[in-house]
Design a protein around this ligand. Structure first.
Ligand code: 2NE
Length: 272
């Protein structure tokens, strides 16, 4: 399979590629088990923005370079006071923005977990719509061991997947779990040999691309809305507005305003 580099970016810490309407974002810091710096997450943010805007991209795969790690969380070398410190000296937790982008992306995102998904890297896989893991993948949290935690999606959304007791175990004990254990807990959709990992992700992406994109978008928004409170309703409501704008009834309102007349909303059907 020939992945083609997506042009227009000068990324240093991620690889951004496309194949048959599938975007692949690869965290490219193999030397550090794909731990992220503020630059990595900034680049990821730009890539996810592109995936949102692009008419060409239908599904996104998120993964890590090499065969040892998906992502080992924040880079401890640059963890300062207040966040991870980039070359501008400003501490940031901008991985939280990436989490939200994955959550709000109106297209499916698959975590292709090819090794360690640890700490903030574990949260990234949790955020993805689907997780497909290789047999060598290892899942876990380290926060309370290394002076960190993610009590946001990384805890509450995790608990929705694995249950409260398991989520507390994962966070309080900071143990590591095999791909099979993660599958049994309900946070992994499928476990495959490493050699079959990418093929399986692409195969799942291709199946999803045969489905109605709008139906998938609405399902994702609905599943989010149940958990995300007003922000979730805003997402679902935004999709409803988008659909309304495609209808003659909504067009009539705008036209009537511009033509300085009363709108004729009665001309349009009202379903029971
Ligand atoms: C991931 C893990 C379990 C892998 O272990 P192993 O034995 O396969 O590799 P090793 O030797 O530990 O790591 C290889 C190299 O990668 C670096 C290591 O320091 C090592 O470098 P050298 O000794 O060869 O120089 N490396 C690995 N992870 C790194 C990291 N996160 N930052 C910087 N360098 C890293 C094992 O490496 C591990 O446990 N890593 C640490 C995982 C961790 O604690 N991550 C941060 C959690 S906090 C977080 O991510 C977070 C949050 O909680 C809330 C908000 C945002 C972020």
């Amino acid at each position: 399979r020939e992945w083609k580099k997506i042009e227009g970016f000068d990324f240093k810490e991620i690889i951004f590629e496309e194949y048959h309407h599938i975007a692949k974002i690869t965290i490219n810091r193999e030397r550090y088990r794909n731990a992220f710096t503020p630059l990595t997450t900034w680049e990821m943010s730009q890539a996810f923005s592109y995936c949102r805007e692009s008419q060409n991209i239908r599904v996104v795969i998120l993964t890590g370079a090499g065969d040892k790690a998906f992502c080992a969380g924040g880079d401890m070398h640059v963890k300062g006071r207040g966040g991870y410190v980039g070359t501008d000296g400003v501490p940031r937790l901008n991985v939280l923005d990436v989490q939200m982008q994955i959550r709000r992306l109106p297209k499916p995102v698959i975590a292709m977990v090819n090794g360690y998904a640890i700490g903030g890297g574990h949260v990234l896989h949790v955020m993805c719509d689907l997780t497909i893991a290789s047999e060598n993948a290892i899942f876990g949290q380290t926060g309370p061991k290394v002076g960190s935690f993610d009590a946001g999606f990384g805890a509450s959304y995790l608990a929705r997947m694995v249950g409260q007791k398991k989520a507390r175990e994962i966070w309080f004990l900071c143990r590591q779990y095999s791909a099979r254990e993660a599958e049994e807990m309900g946070m992994v959709n499928k476990v495959v040999p490493l050699a079959e990992l990418e093929d399986t992700c692409v195969e799942w992406a291709e199946i999803m691309m045969e489905r109605s994109p709008l139906a998938l978008r609405m399902i994702k928004a609905g599943l989010n809305a149940e958990l995300d409170g007003q922000a979730g309703i805003q997402e679902l409501a935004g999709d409803a507005t988008m659909l309304y704008y495609t209808m003659d009834e909504a067009q009539e309102g705008g036209k009537a305003f511009l033509e300085k007349r009363k709108p004729r909303f009665d001309d349009y059907p009202q379903f029971p």
